[in-house]
Ligand binder design. Structure first.
Ligand SMILES: [Zn+2]
Length: 179
């Protein structure tokens, strides 16, 4: 059991191909606030294939008011086929999420993954905002976590290439200050 509590590493070509797919899917996210662009691919237990990216919804004032994370989306899509599945995702899943302007916590992707019964998560990059907290929480819950090596630069570039409208960006700064 203790051997399962360690982050594994992979340089396998097959894992890189899956992670490359995640990067391509992440690009289909239209996120006007330049937030984290994340893509995911999941092989369901019954071999169904699912894809998901981050979705940001903007209100009539062009202010972001709701975000669905890539992992959350893919788990909804897969339903029961997520049980025992293997998930590839560009970023380490989040360990904590806050509702805007309140102390209410949305379920984090880590919680969704554990609840869905996903058995293995491959990540391309650690999330500096969580400092490995997402990985640690998954490992603690008995989910295997594999860091696919050599993809960090391309994943970081996903966010650099975002087109950000200055006005929206300013509004978003206020928005996150309120959180
Ligand atoms: Zn998340």
């Amino acid at each position: 059991m203790s051997s399962e509590l360690e982050l594994e590493f992979s340089g396998l070509a097959t894992d890189k191909i899956w992670m490359r797919q995640c990067i391509e899917i992440a690009k289909s996210n239209v996120d006007p606030i330049g937030n984290k662009t994340v893509g995911a691919v999941m092989m369901g237990f019954s071999r169904g294939l699912y894809t998901g990216c981050r979705h940001t919804f903007i209100n009539h004032n062009n202010v972001p008011h709701k975000t669905i994370h890539a992992e959350q989306f893919i788990i909804w899509e897969a339903g029961e086929d997520a049980r025992g599945a293997e998930l590839y995702v560009t970023m380490e899943p989040c360990a904590k999420r806050w509702h805007n302007n309140s102390n209410y916590h949305y379920p984090s992707c880590v919680e969704y993954i554990i609840r869905a019964g996903i058995k293995k998560v491959y990540i391309g990059k650690l999330d500096k905002d969580f400092g490995g907290g997402g990985v640690q929480a998954l490992l603690k819950a008995g989910v295997q976590v594999v860091h696919v090596l050599g993809m960090e630069k391309d994943i970081a570039a996903l966010n650099e290439n975002q087109r950000v409208e200055p006005i929206v960006q300013e509004e978003f700064k206020e928005f996150i200050n309120e959180v």
